[in-house]
Structure formats: C-alpha cells, structure tokens
Design a binder for this molecule. Structure first.
Ligand code: ZN
Length: 432
C-alpha cells in the first residue's frame, strides 16, 4: 500500500479501541517539514487521544457501519498501556507503508510544544527525540530505524492555532488499487455549494483535485475550514461505495511551515523572503523558470517548476525593480527558493524607448553616440543622456499568485483561505 495509508492505519486503531475507549477530540493529521529528504509521502503524523469521554459529543465518522463520535472532554482515567500496546503493534505491522520506518508512541503527557515548530522547520535526530520521549515517559514501538517516532513526537506537540479539517473517505477493500469511480461534476457542484471547502476542484483546468491517483485505500480527501460543512458537502459527491470515513483535524493549508523572522536562510526550511526583482526570468529546459530577487540576505534565486504550470508565467511578467514577497522551501544546491506562493507587492514602471531625443537648439532628432553613451546633435553639439520613453502597460497586477491545486504543498495556505483571489489568471497561455 502506498500514499495516504497512515491515515487508514489510524482508522484501524480507532476501530480496535472504539469498544473500550472514547475518542477525545478529532484524530489529528499533522503535516511536518515538507523538505525532509526521506519521502514518507507528505510527511504526516497521526495523533489520537483516547479516554473516557464526557460533555458534548460530535459525529466525526463512520467505521464499518458504526457511527464514530468524539468528545470534547475526558475524565482522568488512566488506560492500561501494557494491554494496549500489543493490540496496536499488530495493526502497525500490518498496515504501515512499505518504504517507511513507522513509529508508534503512547504517552499520558504531551511533548514540549517547541517540538511542533522544530518538526516543521528542522531535521531532528533520534538523539534529541529520545531524550524527550524518556522525559515524558512515553511507550514506543518501532519498525526499521523507527524514524516515524520523530514525526509522532512532533505531531503530539502541536497546540492547534490555525486549523483546518479533512474528511478522508476510504474505498471498499476489494477495490484497492483499481481505478476510482468518482463523478467530477458532483465535485464541481459541491465545491461551489460549500465555499468553506478548498483544494477539491481545479476550476482553471476543470479537473478534480481531491482524488488521489496512488493505489492507496483513500477514495478522496475533502478539505475545509468548517467541520460542520464537511459531512453535507461529502454527501453531494457521487462515487463508488465508501468503506469508512473520518474527519481529521489538521494543520494543512495553514502555512505553519513558513519561517517569517530569521537571521539567515538555512537549507531545507521554508521561508517568506521579501525583496526586489533584479533580473528577468531565466528558462531552463523550457520547463523550469528562475528569477533573482535582491533581499536583505543577498540575492536569492526563486524557482517555479514544471508541475506549477501557468504559475510560471508570473515570473515571465516580472521585471527588475518589482517588489515581491516569495514563500517557499530553501534548497542548498543550487541555492534556490522553491516557490510555493508569490506576492507581487508593487510594479516598477516599464519604460520603452519611442525615439531619439530632440535637440533643444534646432529641434532636430539627435543621433546616438553609442550604446549607453547618450545622444548628440550633429549640428549644435548639444547632448542628452536618455531617449524619449513612454510607459508601457504591464501584463500583471499586484497581488498574490499560487500554483494550481495539484502542485501545492499540503501545508501551503490556499489564497481562498486568505480571503484572496489572484488578481489575474494566465489561462490559455501555458507554455509547453
Ligand atoms: Zn541641434
């Protein structure tokens, strides 16, 4: 199994425990540093809290025909970890991703909140993690090198601030690996009926964005700002039979991975960089586009790559002197900011020469002395430095620009969530 299976493993754990314990709050899908070189797809961590629930309960899923609820609060009962561990180990062994090194962590105490930030912006080593694991007295189970424990500990440290939800629907086990049957038109209708959802539909391309193409058990992931909207929204989607669905609380679409204040740029972390464009776009192999930006930290090369499609045209329309803010992951070699989003703050005037200047004495056109050397009247010997220029129209407007949904990072905050729209679109001018 590949792709989003860790979330399926989470639903297996819930099913295993739902007769004995209550879920306290939604299960959490916490995305961590997208720059990690080992690709457990999407670098996500699953965190669930179990106990004896009381207070209000909310419907958050359906597992094997049974309604799944979560409670707002729980009593102080302490579960017996000794009997819990072997039941969960069996599930991790069965459902973990083949190429991952999963880690399971059970703790009565939360890890220090600083580990959330570090998990988003650093590569942590096991040493650092192990120290914190023993400090909070967590029980662990690992397979392979157990790298998964790093994510587990950092996910556990998340104190939600900006939040979103994802309703993940899973396929009947007999259909895993086959082509998914989902009606695109029903997704388009759902997308316009529920503005609190995002990343479901790509209006520019008229394409579904919420259905994965990996052979994993996920049928679709419906993301949104409002948990209440997700259930009626999912009911609008016409699809093959759904085996299970669960609503996760996530940090997806929050830009939590972006570092906004810093002394210097470190590789493999993601930043907001402000500066002035200091060159024209350069194209490499006709598909990747780069532009240099003069910043407080020196010149930073920003890249927009082939999968970001028409987003690359933003770079083509920039000229030296434009003020921009760029968000993206900083890569070491070559030193490049992998652009996730760009804010064109202000545009420099684009001047174009229309004629040589007129001589102030005789009124004739002056001649060019040579490239960059100005102009001169042959008769009166008067001089002028610059030609007669006119300001030309810029084919871009100030504002925020983002790649199409399919090319976005899980953590990238969509403009829709920022209450913004792109000031202009570059439809039908996509370079091959
Ligand atoms: Zn003259």
């Amino acid at each position: 199994m590949k792709g989003n299976c860790t979330t399926f493993l989470a639903t297996e754990i819930i099913r295993e425990l739902m007769d004995d314990l209550d879920l306290i709050g939604n299960p959490r899908l916490v995305r961590l540093n997208p720059a990690v070189p080992w690709k457990t797809r999407g670098n996500g961590s699953l965190v669930m809290r179990f106990g004896r629930g009381f207070g209000e309960r909310r419907l958050i899923g359906m597992i094997d025909g049974r309604e799944l609820y979560c409670y707002d609060d729980c009593s102080d009962d302490s579960a017996d970890v000794g009997s819990l561990m072997p039941r969960l180990e069996r599930l991790v062994e069965r459902y973990h991703e083949d190429d991952a090194d999963p880690g399971l962590l059970i703790s009565f105490e939360r890890s220090d909140p600083s580990f959330y930030r570090r998990g988003l912006t650093e590569f942590l080593s096991r040493d650092v993690i192990d120290e914190e694991i023993s400090r909070i007295g967590a029980h662990t189970f690992t397979i392979g090198c157990g790298r998964g424990l790093i994510g587990a500990l950092c996910g556990l440290a998340w104190i939600p601030d900006d939040i979103t939800f994802e309703l993940l629907a899973y396929r009947m086990p007999g259909r895993w690996g086959t082509k998914r049957d989902v009606d695109p038109e029903s997704i388009r209708r759902m997308d316009s009926a529920f503005p609190s959802t995002f990343n479901s539909w790509e209006e520019r391309e008229h394409k579904v964005a919420m259905v994965p193409s990996t052979p994993c058990p996920v049928l679709y992931g419906l993301r949104g700002d409002s948990m209440e909207d997700l259930i009626p929204a999912s009911e609008m989607i016409i699809s093959e039979d759904i085996y299970r669905w669960v609503i996760f609380l996530t940090n997806q679409g929050t830009d939590d991975h972006i570092i906004r204040e810093y002394q210097s740029l470190r590789p493999n972390a993601s930043y907001l960089v402000r500066g002035t464009v200091c060159g024209y776009a350069r194209h490499i192999e006709h598909s990747h586009v780069f532009i240099d930006v003069d910043t407080h930290y020196g010149t930073v090369t920003c890249g927009a790559y082939e999968p970001s499609k028409e987003f690359r045209l933003v770079f083509d329309h920039l000229i030296p002197g434009d003020e921009v803010e760029v968000m993206g992951e900083f890569r070491e070699s070559p030193a490049t900011l992998n652009t996730e989003k760009i804010h064109v703050v202000s545009l420099a005037p684009l001047m174009e020469k229309v004629s040589n200047p007129l001589c102030p004495e005789c009124g004739r056109r002056m001649d060019s002395v040579g490239r960059g050397k100005g102009y001169r009247c042959r008769r009166c010997h008067t001089r002028a430095d610059s030609a007669v220029c006119e300001e030309r129209m810029r084919w871009i407007l100030p504002g925020w620009y983002e790649p199409p949904t399919a090319a976005r990072r899980h953590l990238s905050k969509p403009l829709k969530r920022m209450g913004l729209e792109q000031p202009c679109e570059f439809l039908r001018c996509v370079r091959q």
